[in-house]
Design a protein around this ligand. Structure first.
Ligand SMILES: Nc1ncnc2c1ncn2[C@@H]1O[C@H](COP(=O)(O)OP(=O)(O)OP(=O)(O)O)[C@@H](O)[C@H]1O
Length: 270
């Protein structure tokens, strides 16, 4: 088999889809924790209504990048960033952008399910009540719609007042997704959303991710390459804080352009 030679390093991989099809546009983005760089000169466009996966070895910066997309680093005084992140054309760090509204538009689901210590209903209604101005009937409707969208309604419709903590781990994760969907985000960020779940719950969450892309844009961090291959349309491979290769998922896994990518996906590099 011929040995693939990497061309000269190039920052910012490029996928050939129309710029107007992108929901998020990351340009020349870098981030340091103190004097330690975690991301360098990263540029990519995340297409609307698709699932984009970030893969790469531990510590390559996947979660740092995902968190940057809804400004979760804002409270960390050690963090320095450069470059831009645009959501539907608007720079998310612009002074006129309210962080609470950004986080409504760009929801986040973490590795460990984190329902609030309250009922199933109240978890989903939480963000709606914070927003205020909705009647109980309307909240009831949105709670049902959100739980249906998260493929959980049939399992919980008869016990909406039960504690969320009484649900299984997989159900809790779908509840957290329902809670996020209730405030109608445009983007859903998922940081290893199934890594704490059993195989059946994992498949349910993966099916949910595939179904949700008809209504929003999803970005998924995963260690699991089979999972990236199963659910994502596009995959970005990061290494050492740099974007190495970004391509349609089928292409990246079957015909990567760079040897570094091939070594990673074939397991020649941890
Ligand atoms: N809050 C923090 N303060 C200082 N350094 C951090 C912080 N968070 C992450 N880092 C460092 O930044 C780099 C990227 O970390 P990050 O968690 O983004 O990587 P990752 O690819 O998501 O890793 P993993 O797959 O292990 O979760 C690592 O070197 C990590 O140690």
């Amino acid at each position: 088999m011929p040995v693939k030679q990497d061309p000269a390093p190039r920052h910012g991989a490029f996928i050939d889809f129309a710029p107007e099809a992108s929901c998020l546009e990351i340009s020349g983005f870098g981030l340091r924790y103190g004097d330690k760089p975690a991301l360098r000169d990263l540029s990519l466009r995340v297409p609307r209504h698709r699932v984009t996966a970030f893969i790469g070895p531990s510590g390559c910066g996947k979660s740092t990048l995902l968190r940057a997309l809804n400004r979760l680093h804002d409270l960390n005084e050690d963090v320095r960033r450069e470059g831009e992140i645009r959501l539907e054309g608007q720079e998310i760090h612009a002074p006129e952008v309210a962080v609470a509204e950004l986080r409504r538009r760009v929801g986040m689901v973490f590795q460990a399910p984190n329902p609030f210590p309250m009922s199933i209903y109240d978890n989903v209604a939480f963000g709606l009540r914070l927003q205020g101005g909705l009647r109980k009937r309307r909240i009831d409707d949105i709670v049902e719609w959100s739980l249906r969208s998260a493929a959980l309604w049939e399992e919980v419709k008869d016990r909406l007042q039960a504690s969320a903590w009484a649900l299984s781990g997989g159900q809790q994760q779908r509840l957290v997704i329902a809670r996020t969907l209730a405030v109608e985000p445009e983007v859903l960020l998922l940081d290893e959303p199934a890594s704490a779940l059993d195989p059946i719950s994992t498949l349910k969450v993966e099916e949910l991710i595939r179904n949700l892309k008809s209504s929003l844009t999803l970005v998924l961090v995963t260690h699991n390459m089979q999972q990236a291959a199963r659910v994502s349309d596009f995959t970005a491979f990061l290494q050492g804080g740099e974007l190495v290769e970004y391509a349609p998922t089928d292409t990246l896994f079957t015909n990567p352009r760079l040897a570094r990518t091939e070594n990673y996906i074939t397991g020649r590099m941890a």
